[in-house]
Design a protein around this ligand. Structure first.
Ligand SMILES: N[C@@H](CCC(=O)N[C@@H](CS)C(=O)NCC(=O)O)C(=O)O
Length: 203
């Protein structure tokens, strides 16, 4: 399998999960400014919208939505329990959370990176994001992780996005439980290895 990634982007979540599962994979870096890969390909030929993550399977098929990639990977090794069994109520709740993380966090944070977007507009997105952080902070305050209380694919995704506020110029200070969650996940070997691999590849 090949994971197409950009250092520190949402592709970090499937990267962490690949290492958690001990699956063989190759990292292929995507330069977002030129949309070319470290293997010299036009990234649009892999992912028509040009965003990461993308996972290319041995047969050439490609998955290109982060939450779907995460579920696909978890199901390759169900014994690792990174997602509840398919068909269970808990799995439906996991899908609900992944959808929330993708639509309500990832998509809300995306405009904050864009220089062309005026500050007033960014403020609207920030306020929207902060309300979602309030909800998640309450949830993880009573538990080590989201949902079932053990590390899951949803935690890899949330952790990845909690690294962005610092780079976007605001702090997680108002959400102490989220900060604790972040430190807890950061100490996992899979996370340390993923961060080291991505940061050493950064331009
Ligand atoms: N719908 C996609 C969105 C992924 C996404 O927002 N990727 C960002 C990095 S976190 C990206 O590659 N942005 C560059 C672009 O859109 O051109 C998903 O949920 O996986």
């Amino acid at each position: 399998m090949k994971l197409f990634y950009t250092p520190g982007a949402c592709s970090l979540a499937p990267h962490i999960v690949l290492r958690e599962l001990g699956l063989p994979f190759k990292l292929v870096r995507v330069d977002q400014s030129t949309k070319t890969t470290s293997e010299g390909q036009d990234y649009f030929s892999i992912a028509p919208c040009g965003y990461v993550a993308a996972l290319q399977l041995a047969d050439g098929n490609v998955l290109n939505e982060g939450s779907t990639i995460l579920e696909y990977l978890a199901d390759l090794k169900p014994e690792a329990s990174l997602a509840p069994p398919a068909g269970s109520w808990e799995r439906v709740k996991m899908r609900e959370r992944l959808s929330f993380l993708s639509c309500e966090l990832n998509s809300t944070m995306n405009p904050l990176w864009k220089e062309v977007i005026p500050d007033g507009v960014k403020q609207i997105f920030r306020m929207r994001l902060f309300k979602r952080f309030d909800v998640l902070d309450k949830e993880v305050a009573g538990s080590h992780y989201q949902l079932a209380g053990t590390f899951s694919i949803a935690d890899a995704y949330l952790f990845t996005m909690l690294r962005w506020p610092k780079r976007l110029g605001f702090s997680l200070e108002p959400w102490p439980a989220l900060r604790q969650f972040q430190s807890r996940v950061e100490s996992r070997p899979s996370v340390c290895e993923s961060l080291a691999a991505e940061l050493s590849a950064q331009d």
